[in-house]
Design a protein around this ligand. Sequence first.
Ligand SMILES: Cc1cc2nc3c(=O)[nH]c(=O)nc-3n(C[C@H](O)[C@H](O)[C@H](O)COP(=O)(O)OP(=O)(O)OC[C@H]3O[C@@H](n4cnc5c(N)ncnc54)[C@H](O)[C@@H]3O)c2cc1C
Length: 400
Amino acid sequence: MTDSTTSARPTAPHPADRPVYVVGGGPGGLSVAYALRARGIRAVVLERSDRVGASWRRHYDRLRLHTTRRLSALPGLPMPRRFGRWVSRDDVVRYLEKYAEHHRLEIVTGVEVSRVERTADGTGWLLHATGGRELTGAAVVVATGYNHTPRVPDWPGLDTYTGEFLHACAYRNARPFAGRDVLVVGVGNTGAEIAVDLVEGGASRVRLAVRTPPHIVRRSTAGWPAQYSGVLMRRLPVGLVDRLSRVQAKVALPDLSDRGLPRPGPGLYSRVLEGAIPVQDVGLVDAVRTGAVEVVGAVERFEDGEVVLAGGDRIAPEAVVAATGYVRALEGLVGHLGVLDHRGRPVVHGARTPDGAPGLHFTGFTNPISGTLRELALDARRIAGAVARDGAPGVSRLPR
Ligand SMILES: Cc1cc2nc3c(=O)[nH]c(=O)nc-3n(C[C@H](O)[C@H](O)[C@H](O)COP(=O)(O)OP(=O)(O)OC[C@H]3O[C@@H](n4cnc5c(N)ncnc54)[C@H](O)[C@@H]3O)c2cc1C
């Protein structure tokens, strides 16, 4: 009964010739735009900054990909061999510029999308953007980045701290910190690498505040990159990976318990499923072993110009670098559509679209152990395939 009523109802005509809007001109957005284009679908990338790859342009100077060149390339364009196995930040930026140019992607810069909603007639998506723009697309791909907005914990007393305080997103290199006593807070990949950078750059003292000891893996062992293991792990049972990685850590890495970094209790893959990616060692293990980086307890609060640590110790660094991560900040953009989970992440990604939101795709909001760039490349093809399979009626096709 319901079915026949539905099928008898005339469907609203779909206005033809609407592009797919891709929000964000980072690796995720660019690869989706290419994959759509490769299927003859017009995609327009909307990027809020003045150039593609804005996130990569802001990263600290010594950063290199910890995923291999080959497994970090986006669809349709390999990274040149001369970039080496571990590609530098500047070469990632070069590659993204080249990628956009090579595939002749349609990119509009200086346009920030503030809200995405269904068109009143339900045939497409309306995007509200900078300068009062209203853009109507047949489908939308949100690629605004996992590391969107720096997150600083709500530490009591932070506003009274008189030393220098910065989020890791503002850290470029160790030069301004030479000869100074610095506390790095957080031991993700970024915090670990900044601590090492500070030691090598001549900071007088480097301490690293750790709340939860991380899993640490060598970037590569006997030429075998940790990323390859990450790709394989995704096919194995969690318990097995946890056990194997425990054995491997004992063989490959010294015990740093007496230096404040005990081996973590929960297994590596169990932690990955909770969102904690292992730290790839680019010098932290040696720096902690030799005492060049001192591990201290988690930061609890700031008081009288000092930092109070878990357990009550008080220290007085001259500068604090908070490597405390980022938030997705998707609430304003799509929160009203009921497509985010309790952590503010999209309920689906890649080819799948949320219930009641046909044609709305997300890419780049997971943190896979196999490498985000690899995942973005895979998702790009999946999204383009889904849109091409009539996921977006009325979509504008490119001339053949
Ligand atoms: C320090 C660091 C190192 C990393 N190293 C690796 C690695 O080695 N290997 C790996 O696989 N992954 C790595 N990643 C993870 C991931 O690959 C990168 O973060 C990658 O840049 C993600 O691409 P993206 O396109 O999803 O997001 P981003 O690169 O952040 O791009 C998002 C784009 O969207 C734009 N934007 C945001 N909001 C709006 C809006 N409302 N309207 C319009 N435009 C908007 C931004 O300006 C930006 O250009 C690393 C991440 C970090 C932070």
